[in-house]
Design a protein around this ligand. Structure first.
Ligand SMILES: [Zn+2]
Length: 458
């Protein structure tokens, strides 16, 4: 497959025009602003950006996206913890086939919005009564299969989930999540490694659900055993109550406890990390760990606003994720992230560093490079020979974009566009979505609607 784009975003500038050749696997063999002799190119009248990386997903929660908005009137609080009860109910009803159908629809929608890889923070491991499936990684295998059908790449991160809270035994409604011991978790991790091995679109990572979900000594021991370079994902400091409970039980705030008890480094991806004191902000930045920010979900759940500006000023690195999938648009995640800072600091320059003053370029760079790291991918070049052609392409004829000089195209896309301005998304050099239509739209939608009709949650 060979394409000529109006322009292709490189790390430091647009390449325009851009001619890109790939081999049969979709790996790039040639990039230049001149065509290669005797090669036929498919002309694409659009601007190609590297595919977005979705660094945090719980696929099954897509079944309840947008329906947790009926709040009791009066003084009854609707917050993260009441939302979690509703989420548990959904988790208990879903079969293997239904999970696959829901995840396939979700992943197809992600591709439509320009995501080309997802990190699945996976904790729905066992059968409905809590019994492990014969294949310990059965549910994970369904997610890998869903990603394959949807055409997206996946990093499956099975979660170690052991407790019902700090020092509390797991509760009945958490029975599908539980690995009782480190050995049990390692069996699950081993089974996960085995099921992703045959697939070029899949990889795996290591995960602790949260400090409240695993006993402290087991967190320390299991993190000490992580294979070199495997990405490590953990939910942390999302809710104020969780911090109070951590201080009571562990004697420290969650991030401080983790920094003091684990070798937190560039392989770590701290999800949310919303509530930090200044020494924790410094500690994460200094450790080289990344944070994964999920602005639409964090906003929807009323979590709080991550201290992004202070973190970035110390060189902190971040990616984005869609978490509960109440929103699936990466542009919306980036904008909400930026605007939360603008609204609270009264300054407009959120996404800047000492060397880069262009917000759109900065947002793309951070979310891409840390997002790839969350997948276990260290590649920092946006597009390069030998790497897969994974791209989201915006329509050069969309009026605001068409009226812009090249210097203004990227900010116009990031700040003033939406997915209707996408020409499509290609993964491994093939169009998976074109003109807002997924290549397998019909079969994916039919299975999804059947699954949703059967589980009756919406
Ligand atoms: Zn999450």
């Amino acid at each position: 497959m060979n394409y000529s784009f109006k322009a292709l975003l490189q790390n430091d500038r647009w390449l325009s025009p851009a001619f890109v050749n790939t081999d049969a696997n979709g790996s790039i063999t040639y990039i230049s602003n001149h065509p290669k002799d005797n090669v036929r190119y498919e002309q694409v009248d659009g601007y190609a950006l590297p595919g977005f990386q979705n660094a945090h997903s719980h696929a099954f929660q897509y079944a309840m996206a947008g329906i947790a908005e009926t709040h009791q009137t009066g003084s009854v609080a609707d917050d993260f913890w009441s939302w979690r009860e509703a989420m548990y109910k959904v988790a208990l009803t879903i079969s293997t086939d239904q999970l696959e159908a829901i995840a396939t629809m979700l992943y197809a929608e992600m591709v439509k919005h320009g995501y080309t890889q997802v990190a699945e923070f996976h904790y729905l491991h066992h059968d409905k009564d809590g019994t492990p499936y014969d294949n310990l990684a059965e549910m994970g295998e369904r997610l890998v299969s869903a990603a394959q059908t949807a055409g997206i790449k996946i990093t499956l991160v099975p979660m170690f989930y052991q407790k019902g809270g700090f020092g509390i035994d797991p509760q009945s409604h958490q029975r599908r999540f539980i690995s009782s011991t480190i050995e049990d978790y390692h069996k699950l991790l081993g089974a996960t490694k085995k099921i992703v091995a045959p697939h070029s679109h899949a990889s795996y990572g290591f995960g602790i659900h949260s400090l409240r979900a695993v006993a402290p000594q087991d967190i320390i021991s299991s993190l000490g055993s992580v294979a070199h370079d495997l990405p490590v994902h953990i939910h942390i400091s999302e809710q104020l109550k969780e911090i109070e409970d951590a201080v009571d039980y562990l004697g420290k705030r969650p991030v401080q406890w983790l920094l003091d008890n684990a070798n937190v480094n560039h392989s770590y991806h701290l999800v949310h990390a919303t509530h930090l004191d200044s020494s924790e902000i410094r500690g994460i930045a200094k450790s080289g760990a990344h944070v994964v920010l999920c602005p639409t979900t964090e906003g929807n759940l009323g979590d709080g606003i991550f201290p992004l500006k202070a973190f970035q000023d110390l060189g902190g690195k971040w990616s984005i994720g869609t978490d509960s999938h109440v929103g699936l648009n990466p542009l919306e995640e980036l904008r909400l992230l930026d605007y939360g800072q603008r609204l609270t600091t009264h300054h407009r320059n959120t996404f800047t560093s000492e060397t880069q003053g262009d917000s759109a370029s900065y947002a793309i760079k951070q979310s891409l490079i840390s997002g790839r790291a969350a997948m276990g991918n260290k590649e920092s070049s946006y597009f390069k020979v030998g790497e897969p052609l994974d791209a989201v392409v915006y329509d050069a004829n969309s009026p605001l974009i068409a009226a812009s000089t090249l210097d203004n195209v990227l900010p116009t896309i990031i700040y003033s566009s939406d997915s209707t301005h996408c020409k499509g998304t290609m993964i491994d050099g093939r169009w998976i979505v074109q003109n807002n239509e997924h290549v397998k739209k019909e079969e994916i939608t039919t299975s999804f609607l059947k699954a949703l009709a059967d589980i009756r949650v919406r």
